[in-house]
Design a binder for this molecule. Sequence first.
Ligand SMILES: [Mg+2]
Length: 396
Amino acid sequence: MCYNTGAMTRTILHVDMDAFFTSVEQRDRPELRGKPVVVGAPPDQRGVVAAASYAARTFGVHSAMPSREAFQRCPQAVFLPPDGERYDEASRQIREIFERFTPLVEPLSVDEAFLDVTGVIHLFGDGEQIARQIKDTIRAETQLTASAGVAPNKFLAKLASDMDKPDGLTVVPTDPDEIAAFLAPLPVGRIWGVGKVSQRHLEQSGIHTIGQIQSFDPQRLARILGQHGAAHLHHLAFGRDEREVETEHEEKSISNEHTFTHDCRDYDEIRSVLMNLTDKVGSRLRASGKIAGLARLKLRWQGFETITRQRPMNPPACDDFSLRAMATELFDNEELIKPVRLVGFGVSNLTTESPAQLSLLMDEEKERLRNERLSHTVDTLRQAFGPASIRRGSEK
Ligand SMILES: [Mg+2]
């Protein structure tokens, strides 16, 4: 009954409005179009730029810059106070357009979001065609432009949406070799999580492009950035990213994971961590008022190869006993072929109703309800006295 889900190729869009606040202002005040416009604090006061139009950016004005400095660089710019209501209105319109295409929308801010369109390709066309339709709809209905990236994961989609602004559309290849070639010429600062400090460290070691990281000796990289940072960077340098698009609306799945500080080969230690994760997932599941129909174990070996094993929960449940039993079963089925870097447990196929067949299983049902009640009690105690207040016999 176990099967691997690791190989599925997803289609992720990142859609990002172009110079959002100033574009809304220019839309509503045509006399400002094409001009340098700054939304933010007035230049004679302390405070910063919230957004700058493209014309203002050519003068070196950018968001988060003190307004006083923006004024020095571009005295002819029109400075406007932010009009949150109008931006919110446009933000809601855009969000509503996204949701016509997929329910899997993860907003990152008022003007950008990830969309997982994997499951709707048969309805609307491939990722590029969907991105085109979304951009066209946004333009038609809001008179604003957006840039989009289409890619097999979030990291690449976000990178891509920024490559051809404004009004851009960039499609990242799906083949791993082509992805590596796509990333190779880009500066290391474009990698998600590489801030100014890491970038400086890397550049001091002669690393300027993502391609250089791809071919850099991992041991040397670890000496520059630490073991964990180096592994993260190496992974992303090849465009690998498994984060799912997470919606606010309704949780499709609930999961928790743990990364070991040292790769771990100790079955008991991993199992003990896994039980802790399972209890956290159980608490979140019960707090959402749902029961789960599928349990999933995730293991990442040393070296970043990741496996996922899942199996249906029959009957669906939300109590710690059932979840622990599933987690234990999935884990005990796995041979630890390498030291473990990360372990995770998750549940999905969440529903609110108890399935009809449960009424046929009276004793099991009673047992399940008893376990559910007990688990709820555990949650209440944890809330009142902290997570460490309840430990089961199996925990150290
Ligand atoms: Mg934007």
